[in-house]
Design a protein around this ligand. Sequence first.
Ligand code: FES
Length: 106
Amino acid sequence: PIINFAYPDGSSTEIVCDSGRTLMRAALENSVPGIIGECGGQAMCATCHVYVTESDRHNLPAMSEDEEEMLESTESPRTLGSRLGCQIIMGGQLESLDVTVPPAYL
Ligand code: FES
């Protein structure tokens, strides 16, 4: 799978990851700026917050209650595209994904 990370300044970076990897894990492995993953992927920190591009949102599974709650306390504002990167598993229906990295940890 391929993930494209766009930045508020207009730049972007594209990475290739293995199927079954979470977006957060793949971002850390590729040193993608702005994704921290402090809690290690347990939906408890929101430092893996991303904005998923509108056209890709229907490919994502529904949010768990934990994710829903955690997104109430993101550092950057929550939007309709807000998701936790640690809850997005790449592969299967999700062969490519476009996200924007929020400014909070840049
Ligand atoms: Fe902590 Fe995703 S890594 S909520």
